[in-house]
Design a protein around this ligand. Sequence first.
Ligand SMILES: Cc1ncc(COP(=O)(O)O)c(C=O)c1O
Length: 413
Amino acid sequence: MIPNLDPHPLRAQFPALGRTVGPYPAVFLDGPGGTQSPTRVIDAMAGYLRRGSSNHGGPFLTSREADATAEAARQAMRDLLNARRPEEIVFGQNMTSLTFSLSRAIAQTWQPGDEIIVTRIDHDANISPWLRAAEDRGVAVRWLDFDPTDCTLALDALPGLLTERTRLVAINYASNAVGTISDVARVVALAHGVGALTYVDAVHYAPHDVIDVQALDCDFLACSVYKFFGPHTGVLYGKYEWLDRLNAYKVRPAADEPPGKWETGTQSYESLSGVTAAVDYLADLGGADGPRRERLVRGMAAIKAYEAELSEHFLRGATGVPGLRVYGITDVESLARRTPTFAIALAGHAPEDVAAWLGERGFFVWHGHYYAIAVMERLGTLDRGGLVRVGFVHYNTIEEIDRLLAALRQLAG
Ligand SMILES: Cc1ncc(COP(=O)(O)O)c(C=O)c1O
């Protein structure tokens, strides 16, 4: 059974949510850019530093604790992603750095004349690393488009792009610009049909729904813990066989086996303490019964159900704001196919001005392209300052949406 999610008691766990901007309570609508952390994450990170930090691999107390911290975080991420084994979890600075690093290693297996596929709905962190790797190796790049009317991927075109020379498909799980969730399992099945690897960007998806890498059967999947209530740490899942087989760019003393061979330099152990705490926070939303993976599945289902209510409330209210255009899926019957992340435009107002006007009144929203450059280009908004982005997560409330809509109505005049 999916537990009910009441944001009000949960909000008390997030100290930052209590902030004000002058007379206005702060309204954090910038979750797609980075979420706030509950006290348990903050305490876990401070606690690690307070107890004494160390590097890994030493035969003394604090070093053993650093090793245990990394091991616990790996188990936590294994549960969150449903990886087969903890060695399939690699930590790094952020998703972008991990992707650049892995793309260079994968590209070593490519030959001139090979092909890869990237999409126009992706954040640039799942495009540029592949473009650069393709350029290095003389590999052709094919683009999978999306339908600009509802911002859904043109998946029917994918079979026509795949050939026996396709080596990799880089695919977005959910768009950080327009919120569309893509059918990653279908993409993976099609890509595997021609023997191509799949690299999934789940950075935006992770705070909104459960991830199951075994069900997706993807070869790689990346996410970033600061997007799901934890610290600034990137996470890369890779099927063990690939992490083992590929030649990592690493220093000689580093481990030869996964995950160590992929973890360049010293990890942020204080952040890894926070990773475990963030995953445990999400698991607790699913109640106290059963193993952590089961609790996570229930907790994420509770988040998804609650966020659908937020999306519906926003979409219905948005129709009452004169001149407001919402990009992406707006059909309230199709909310399972989107996250509560909305790119919007207000007629007669530059995105930058809207964000600044809202910011003065306590609403934290992004404007511009948020690195989803290909999306903005395709929508024809890149040269016009992009779009305003309003992103809800489970700590946002219906009351906050009502206040936002009232503010937008006031600005629209
Ligand atoms: C969908 C998506 N992919 C990738 C990234 C890059 O993640 P990171 O900041 O961890 O490099 C972001 C960051 O906003 C994102 O939203």
